[in-house]
Design a binder for this molecule. Structure first.
Ligand code: ADP
Ligand code: MG
Length: 388
């Protein structure tokens, strides 16, 4: 941590000719259950991870923001009085978007010189985008002396990503990044934006297995799944006029009317409805830590993702095979939106080394890709590390 701080301070000093005076931090996250349930207003079991994004900054008094990143080339200097999208350096849109949405919500912002540094891999489903958004929101909030609670910040981040950056996402990523708790998972209710802390039995390690395979078409496929869920709701409303999202449909309600739906729409709906129930079941199973129910829930989530929601990828199948056969493996499934990216396993205490070795070897044999296999800890949500 000290080394990282020293490095960022030096880079900051090289760029701006002075040292940073404030440090904001927001973590990445992994879902332990609940694929694609967030935009269906359902439940997600999520956990922050000890990979995070820091922004070192120093306030400016001229209504401008300078932003650079240690992870990506290029940066920007933009005025808070006229925030435009940047097509040349697109990553800065995450920062611009948060500023634009905060101002649109009526907040008066103070500018800054900022330098971003992240240890979250990009585009692998661990929410590096939400982390940069939440660190930015927290920085503006603190420097501008604003009253915003974590839910406000999450909503602003989601809006920035959906409307300014132009990537559709649910609220899960941003909400997880602000709500994280040390050593615990969080059960999110994506309709009411409330959460419950769920203890992870200490006999278990959470291990992220990144396929590092290129993800294709995630955006279009994601939008298509959302549209299919909406179509399912529209069709089911003929029988259940009171429903407004798949979250409102119980497995029994669905079974009663599934034949009225086109087969593809029915498969998509079935997955979401069952996955939602699995999140609630995991809230019981995770603190207890008994391997059988955990295994069954994760396995059902993965097979539903593959066969019903069809968000699998060859690299994910290879990774699932490697994870399931590894020593100490209790449970394994996809993470994030699917189509490659990261997967997640629960591993028995004491088995981290043989688990990692096995997964790396078997996955690499099959795909010729070197995976990243990392045990992660749940950490507190977004916070100011230091302000002098
Ligand atoms: P994920 O959120 O799963 O990591 P996304 O595609 O949603 O993947 O977001 C990744 C993008 O977010 C990056 O390509 C980059 O544009 C932006 N981003 C995230 N972290 C940083 C950072 N530290 N510096 C610059 N850009 C970042
Ligand atoms: Mg993202």
């Amino acid at each position: 941590m000290e080394e990282r701080r020293r490095y960022i301070s030096e880079e900051f000093n090289k760029r701006y000719g002075r040292l940073p005076s404030i440090w904001a931090r927001a973590p990445g996250r992994v879902d332990l259950m609940g694929s694609h349930t967030d935009y269906n207003m359902g439940f997600v079991m999520t956990m922050t991870i000890d990979r995070d994004t820091w922004i070192a900054a120093r306030p400016r008094e001229d209504n401008q923001v300078a932003i650079y990143s240690c992870n990506v080339p290029g940066g920007a200097l933009f005025s808070l009085e006229d925030i435009q999208r940047d097509e040349a350096v697109p990553w800065t849109n995450y920062v611009r978007g948060v500023a634009a949405e905060m101002q649109a919500s009526g907040y008066k912002l103070r500018g800054f010189d900022g330098l971003v540094h992240s240890t979250i891999p990009f585009g692998s489903g661990l929410s590096s985008s939400a982390a940069i958004e939440m660190a930015t929101a927290l920085l503006f909030k603190t420097l501008s002396g604003l009253e915003l609670d974590p839910v406000d910040m999450a909503l602003i981040g989601q809006k920035a990503e959906n409307e300014f950056v132009g990537v559709s996402t649910g609220i899960l990523d941003q909400y997880s990044s602000v709500m994280g708790r040390n050593g615990c998972a969080i059960l999110l209710d994506c309709r009411h934006l409330t959460s419950e802390v769920v203890r992870i039995n200490p006999s278990l390690h959470v291990v992220i297995c990144n396929t590092r395979a290129k993800r294709n078409l995630v955006g279009t496929e994601y939008d298509e799944r959302r549209a299919q869920c909406e179509e399912g709701v529209r069709l089911l409303q003929r029988f259940y006029p009171e429903i407004t999202a798949l979250r409102d449909v119980t497995p029994a309600m669905f079974e009663g009317q599934r034949r009225a739906l086109p087969a593809l729409i029915a498969r998509r709906c079935q997955f979401i409805i069952e996955e939602n129930q699995r999140v609630l079941d995991l809230a019981q199973a995770l603190p207890e830590g008994r391997p059988e129910p955990l295994h069954a829930l994760f396995a059902a989530s993965y097979s539903g993702a593959l066969d019903l929601y069809e968000i699998g990828a060859p690299a994910m199948s290879a990774m699932m095979q490697a994870m399931s056969t590894a020593p100490g493996a209790v449970a394994a499934r996809q993470a994030g939106a699917g189509f490659g990216g990261s997967m997640v396993a629960l591993v028995k205490g004491g088995f981290l080394e043989p688990f990692t070795e096995h997964v790396t070897k078997i996955y690499q044999q099959e795909t010729k890709i070197q995976p990243e296999v990392d045990a992660v800890q749940a950490v507190p949500g977004a916070m100011i590390l230091d302000w002098v």
